[in-house]
Design a protein around this ligand. Structure first.
Ligand SMILES: Cc1ncc(COP(=O)(O)O)c(C=O)c1O
Length: 393
């Protein structure tokens, strides 16, 4: 079978980034990369802050944050009145968990495709409150229908106080049918938190169409915002119950301002985040999405071929817009956290490629992303050199 043609590059796109050109940056999904115009916009805001900190913090900052929030919510297809800015998805998930007032006997249900730090947050909140957590195993090969059935069977009405599902999973790069999952949970009266860390900027799905009780997504990954920018969207019936992790001066302002105002910190990233959306739009949102998904698919095929993985054994992402793809590593390679970290570092050192390596359910996987600054040759180079590196053990 022939490898699909890689997409045409988007002219000038690579020049928007300050990435080290001697490295193949194939893991945009981890920490993103901030385009230079966005970095500059944030620096101008920092200059303004440093020219008169008192004026910056006390005259109009709360309104400027609200303005940025409304702009970002509109882009996400979320209700601006139900949206609050937080630093990252990890924080947003913690805000939701601690606002639920869990009690002994309550349970939080997750799947084994969930993000590790969110699972740790669930574990701590359960330990603090006497609630318990339960993780539903979902095979990598499960169809959407099977996944929905697993979740339907896994909920215990009256006892399950929260279901957490990912819109696009981190260890397995799998698109979950989130609106169908929300619907089965709703039938059983179970609230749902959707971890949409990778959705903003990558997936065309609107937040409103997911219909979750709580949805949290990072703008600092695929929406080109400065790091520390995420949106937590809360259904109307929950808003008054949502409490910030840290109480500060806006506590009496209610949702969403009391969650956003976290005392003295650098808010310039949030104010500069709309420039990330402007950068995306000026490249062409659909063009960027199509390019990135096609490049990730190309990378998966060439690296998979090089490792002898038949195309039909390459995990399917579950949708055409997904710009992260998995390649299974040979059995026994990178199956533990330590081994995965060691292999990632070795690929960076010896091949000059930044990739994600993770063990999941006893198998090691490489996760490759596609982004406008990547070229097909970067995946080709990895494909040529990876088999030798793996053979060296
Ligand atoms: C599915 C998922 N959830 C949560 C996170 C955490 O994001 P952050 O570090 O911005 O909180 C990530 C990060 O990659 C992720 O992939």
């Amino acid at each position: 079978m022939t490898v699909p043609r890689p997409p045409e590059p988007i002219p000038g796109a690579r020049l928007l980034f300050s990435l080290d050109p001697s490295v193949s940056h194939l893991n945009h999904g981890a920490f993103g990369a901030v385009p230079i115009p966005v970095q500059r916009a944030q620096q101008r805001l920092r200059d303004e802050m440093e020219s008169n900190p008192l004026r910056f913090f006390t005259q109009g900052l709360v309104d400027r944050i609200a303005h940025a929030r409304r702009h970002l919510a509109t882009f996400l297809g979320a209700d601006p009145d139900g949206t609050t800015l937080v630093s990252n998805v990890t924080t947003g998930a913690a805000v939701v968990l601690q606002s639920l007032a869990l009690r002994p006997g309550d349970e939080v249900v997750t799947t084994d495709h969930g993000y590790g730090a969110v699972a740790l947050s669930v574990a701590r909140e359960c330990a603090r409150t006497g609630a318990v957590s339960r993780t539903l195993p979902v095979p990598l090969s499960a169809t959407d229908e099977e996944l929905v059935e697993i979740v339907r069977d896994g909920l215990r009405p009256g006892r399950t106080r929260l279901l957490i599902v990912d819109q696009l999973t981190s260890p397995t790069a799998r698109l979950f049918p989130t609106s169908a999952l929300v619907a089965v949970a709703r039938e059983q009266g179970v609230p749902v938190l959707v971890d949409a860390a990778h959705a903003p900027g990558m997936l065309p799905t609107t937040v409103a169409s997911v219909g979750a009780d709580f949805w949290v997504g990072n703008l600092h990954k695929w929406a080109y915002a400065p790091r520390g920018t995420a949106a937590l969207v809360v259904a109307e019936r929950w808003r008054e119950r949502i409490q910030p992790l840290v109480v500060s001066w806006e506590q009496d302002s209610g949702f969403p301002t009391r969650v956003e105002w976290q005392a003295t910190r650098d808010y310039t990233g949030w104010l500069a985040a709309p420039v990330g959306l402007f950068t995306l739009r000026s490249l062409g949102l659909d063009r960027v999405r199509t390019h990135n998904a096609a490049l990730a698919a190309y990378g998966q095929r060439v690296v998979g071929d090089a490792l002898g993985v038949a195309p039909e054994r390459l995990p399917e992402p579950g949708g055409p817009a997904v710009a992260m793809r998995l390649v299974p590593l040979p059995p026994g390679v990178a199956t533990t956290l330590d081994a995965a970290r060691e292999l990632r570092a070795r690929i960076a050192d010896r091949i000059g490629a930044e990739v994600s390596v993770a063990g999941w359910n006893g198998r090691g996987y490489l996760r490759l992303c596609g982004q406008v600054y990547n070229t097909p040759e970067e995946y080709d180079r990895l494909a040529v050199r990876l088999p030798t590196l793996l053979a060296q053990g």
